[in-house]
Design a protein. Structure first.
Length: 459
């Protein structure tokens, strides 16, 4: 008999979570102005808002926390993190930051000016926010196939090299500080980017003399998909694949709260010593001295250990198999999502579920509220609210995809929790015809509004 699949870890500590009544949830979400970010964590049963900083660290990571060097300058922990980044990613220079958006802030404060253009494959929220805050433009060059949620192709997060080259031909080199390749492509559904595509994008960048920046939040998950889906990589280790991926890049920004499995931390890494030195001023101004940035020594130790653990095949298989498990349950119930299942989350196709809710009433947000009311499960909208307003016209942008992301924290929930999520979604799906109205915005920030937006029921 073939042995069934089992997780590559055992549980050492647990945290109690509490179920609530529907009446309680109706009151809580109303008080939160129908924004799932505004809910108290104690009012959530299964929290799939994000996989960022919400995973469970290992015993070795916790042990590393105890030996952190908290010296202001030149700490051992900095050099341990430096060695891990060099060994695993291949970059000689880096600046530690408190998380990914801080890495973007340090980098873009240095290289981006008003009127610049940064092409990419579906820039995520903070990336686009930092670009547009500086009066620059994020141009999406994702492959067209990513907009068809039911199409199954192995590398749906790819950038279209032809679209990219059209942009690079259109604008002078000095207007394009970087091309941003996000791996995996979060906004398109946690979909991976192939090694071939990384090579192609890098070649186009070289042709036009433009830096390639990799947004590396989920680079290890991307490497797993390359190993399991792309010809020629089955016999390579994850670490070998990672080294090759980053060999084509000039810069990497990372929210290490994802694939380094820490609760806080990030960095920006460079091949160029000159650019590293230019960015130091903004690191010191906004984060801290260059050998700690926005991090404590103990957190740098845990991050270095996490980079090693997060690039082990058995860990990644366990992590991604759980996402696939939830996808398979949704297949049983006929619930449409971005196929194939992504690396860190399932993205429900809200347009295909709530067919009677008009786009002006924020379809994916409506689905997120309904799921919370059903079972206390918190996801996040990847749709028109996150897409924000056009920076020039200030009109709402309505993207092709309206997705409800259910991001699964690493080493945190069991498959029993996934069963609850699937059953709750089925209950919402079964009553979808009765959901005809969504929400309207009553208060918002001019940029990155989705974190704090306030809504009310559409009349």
């Amino acid at each position: 008999m073939k042995l069934p699949f089992a997780e590559s870890f055992r549980i050492k500590m647990v945290e109690t979570i509490r179920k609530s009544t529907r009446e309680e949830r109706e009151q809580w979400i109303k008080e939160a102005k129908y924004n799932l970010f505004n809910l108290k964590s104690d009012h959530v049963f299964i929290d799939l808002l994000t996989d960022s900083g919400t995973g469970a660290m290992s015993d070795k990571q916790w042990a590393e926390m105890m030996t952190g060097d908290e010296s202001y300058a030149g700490a051992r922990s900095y050099y341990k993190m430096k060695a891990a980044i060099k060994d695993i990613l291949g970059f000689d220079y880096f600046l530690p930051t408190h998380q990914g958006r801080a890495a973007e802030n340090v980098l873009y404060s240095t290289i981006v000016k008003a009127g610049d253009v940064l092409p990419g494959n579906s820039h995520f929220d903070t990336t686009k926010g930092h670009i547009e805050f500086r009066k620059a433009f994020a141009i999406d060059c994702t492959i067209d196939e990513a907009a068809d949620t039911q199409l199954e192709i192995p590398f749906k997060g790819n950038m279209d090299p032809r679209k990219l080259e059209e942009v690079l031909k259109k604008y002078p080199q000095e207007k394009i500080p970087a091309v941003v390749l996000t791996i995996t492509n979060n906004t398109a559904g946690g979909q991976p980017v192939s090694m071939k595509n990384i090579q192609e994008v890098s070649a186009v960048c070289r042709k036009y003399g433009v830096n390639l920046q990799i947004d590396a939040a989920r680079f290890a998950e991307n490497a797993y998909f390359i190993k399991t889906r792309e010809e020629g990589y089955a016999d390579k280790s994850i670490k070998e694949i990672v080294k090759e991926m980053f060999s084509y890049a000039d810069i990497a920004t990372m929210s290490s709260k994802k694939d380094a499995i820490v609760n806080m931390g990030g960095f920006v890494a460079f091949k160029s010593e000159e650019l590293w030195k230019k960015c130091q001023m903004f690191c010191i101004m906004n984060e801290g001295f260059i050998t700690y940035g926005g991090m404590s020594g103990r957190d740098m130790n845990a991050l270095a250990q996490g980079l090693d653990e997060g690039t082990e095949f058995d860990y990644l298989k366990t992590r991604i198999k759980q996402v696939e498990y939830l996808g398979a349950k949704l297949d049983e119930y006929g619930i449409p999502y971005q196929r194939p299942a992504g690396g860190h989350a399932i993205f429900i196709d809200a347009k295909k579920v709530l067919t009677h809710v008009p786009k002006e009433e924020f379809i994916a947000q409506t689905l997120g509220v309904e799921l919370y009311l059903e079972a206390g499960i918190r996801g996040v909208e990847i749709g028109a609210i996150l897409a924000d307003r056009d920076p020039v016209t200030r009109e709402n942008r309505y993207p092709k995809l309206e997705l409800l992301r259910l991001a699964i924290p690493r080493r945190t929930y069991t498959d029993n929790h996934m069963d609850v999520v699937a059953a709750a979604l089925k209950n919402v799906y079964d009553r979808r015809e009765s959901i005809t109205h969504g929400y309207v915005i009553t208060k918002e920030f001019p940029i990155m509004r989705h974190f704090t937006v306030e809504l009310e029921k559409a009349r």
